[in-house]
Design a protein around this ligand. Sequence first.
Ligand code: TRP
Ligand code: SF4
Length: 331
Amino acid sequence: MEKKKIVLSGMRPTGPLHIGHLVGALNNWVSLQEKYNTYFLIASLHALTSEYANSERIPEYTKEIVLDWLSVGIDPEKSVIFDHSKFEHHYQLHLILSMITPLGWLERVPTYKEQIKQLKAKNIDTYGFLGYPVLQTVDIILYKGELVPVGEDQVSHIELSREIVRRFNYLYTEVFPEPQPLLTKVPRLPGLDGRKMSKSYNNAIYLKEDFDEVKKKIFPMMTDTRRKRRTDPGVPEDCPVFYYHKAFSTQEEVDEIVKGCTTATIGCLDCKKILIKNLEKVLVPIKEKRDKLEKDKSFVDDVLREGNKKAKEVAEKTMDEVFTAIGFKNE
Ligand code: TRP
Ligand code: SF4
């Protein structure tokens, strides 16, 4: 039998997960578990690059995210679920890679300057933040990750990982495979107000919310502004509700909505009711599972402890090869 490829991805523990994460990443992660050797990590150190002043909240968010993952079907029997800050190897390899990564490569990463501008208030003009993609490279290559499911915005990071790997393998010994991005080709879910879905805009639907709260958020949701009256036709592509339908409704329903909206034969309220019915089917079971898991106080801790242990064993082996490759191995 052919060896299963290694898939690795992660998320920063900076807040609870929303339906954008579900549609954009988690559904895909859940199905990848069936075919690949999957690692999913909590990137606490990446959270620290921007949240170093609020670092005490990172462990709390870590637990929330693991609960979110488990409740959507990430399975600790199939995947290694871990926190990369819990053993020494990520710190070690980060330092070593920082020696061989030219500054120019890092300054060129498009997310770098953008984020510095966007997060001005957080003062991320630091040595650590410049190294963010190096830290991400470590996450991937410590486990010899081959495929990295990410969104469009992260592709430049994986490109950089490939360059760092090539340089390491060329300078020393061929230790690492070149990772490939596995692009998630789903359109981004907009927030309730049509802007990017984000905790900071207060326009998200969270996986841990009660469905009654979700309903209360859908009813007043923004729609296409052309539909001032029930008789005014609309343009679905200009309505955030429509993007939710594309993610949660059947193709038949989506076709009906396009027809109904553009000919003003369906009202926005009815359109939203169909969405609510479909969202309920997906979100209620997730929430039920989450509530159940949450009752078992030690469950998340146990999952993380087990996952950290498995990950550490692999990381340790790789670091052995790294120290040997650079000639630092004590005999
Ligand atoms: N940088 C990723 C993000 O912001 C999170 C992340 C950390 C990651 N380590 C990773 C993603 C390793 C893929 C692989 O979304
Ligand atoms: Fe949006 Fe539906 Fe109203 Fe059209 S009918 S504007 S898609 S809510």
